[in-house]
Design a protein around this ligand. Structure first.
Ligand code: NAD
Length: 268
């Protein structure tokens, strides 16, 4: 489905981003695997793609730093000649009770989860437009010229005490995504989000590796299983493909029903 398309997945040294990178490569894409500090894990993602016969390169960039982001997009185009899809996935948590949260904990999460999305989405959109304007034989297809998928969270609508920086960043992604989708649609650039519920990755290991906490988590998930990174990767790929060409500015919840108010399910 993505033969010869070039895809950047930010934060793909781990978890959901890693699954997305592997999934896209398996469908023929040339993939940029991005990491911020863990080069070894980034290399493992690239190695896994190569072992499966796919194509990928590794690029270090902290998505909250403008110069890093610009360099990553430059290197992508130098290496692969173009860009077709951005999966803006990199994100982190720095949890603390609101009354004790430091400005540093607040700022770090906003910088990576929200400003990082701004920097990457702006760079991708500029690249999509530049390559259309540079094409010798312009493509008159009705299909989009570039696709962006942002990694949000169910916490873009479910408030989350003890994680106000994270919830604020994800709520911010929702309006950021919708606003740029509106602005970029006339240019035929599509922008959507996926909002995962609980997905088994290092970010929430503390919950799924503790049987008591896992049981508590299941009370929040009507479908009664934790999600896998592959569950999310398949949805990201659909939103990045021409199969979803008329979908724009939407948020797709991938949460086993976590956003269905499960506490109401046995209310008679
Ligand atoms: P993870 O910790 O396994 O992966 C996070 C990735 O982001 C890592 O590769 C990390 O290196 C990268 N990253 C962190 N800071 C970065 C920076 N400054 N620059 C570039 N990369 C950076 O966790 P995950 O669960 O795979 O999370 C991926 C995304 O999914 C995040 O945006 C997270 O908020 C979102 N999400 C996860 C869940 C879940 O249950 N796992 C639920 C909802 C949303």
């Amino acid at each position: 489905k993505f033969k010869d398309q070039v895809v950047i997945v930010t934060g793909s040294s781990s978890g959901i981003g890693k699954a997305c990178a592997i999934h896209f490569a398996g469908q023929g894409a040339k993939v940029v695997v991005n990491y911020s500090s863990n080069e070894e894990e980034g290399k493992k993602t690239v190695d896994e793609i190569h072992e499966r016969g796919g194509e990928a390169i590794l690029i270090q960039a902290d998505v909250s730093k403008e110069e890093d982001v610009l360099a990553m997009f430059r290197e992508t185009v130098d290496k692969f000649g173009r860009l077709d899809v951005l999966v803006s996935n990199a994100g982190l948590q720095k949890d603390a009770p609101f009354l004790e949260m430091t400005l540093q904990e607040w700022q770090k999460v906003i910088d990576v989860n929200l400003t990082g999305m701004f920097l990457c989405c702006r760079a991708a959109s500029r690249q999509f437009l530049a390559q259309v304007n540079n094409e010798e034989a312009p493509n008159h297809s009705e299909l989009s010229i570039g696709k962006i998928v942002l990694m949000s969270s169910v916490h873009d609508i479910i408030p989350w005490a003890g994680h106000v920086n994270y919830a604020a960043s994800k709520g911010g992604i929702m309006m950021f995504m919708k606003s740029i989708a509106q602005e970029l649609a006339p240019h035929k650039i599509r922008v959507n989000s996926v909002s995962p519920g609980a997905i088994k990755t290092p970010i929430n290991k503390e919950v799924w590796s503790d049987p008591d906490k896992y049981e508590g988590l299941m009370n929040l998930i009507p479908y009664k299983r934790i999600g896998t990174p592959q569950d999310v990767a398949k949805a990201v790929a659909w939103l990045s493909s021409d199969d979803s060409d008329y979908v724009n500015g939407e948020t797709l919840y991938i949460d086993g029903g976590m956003t269905l108010y499960p506490e109401f399910s046995d209310n008679g």
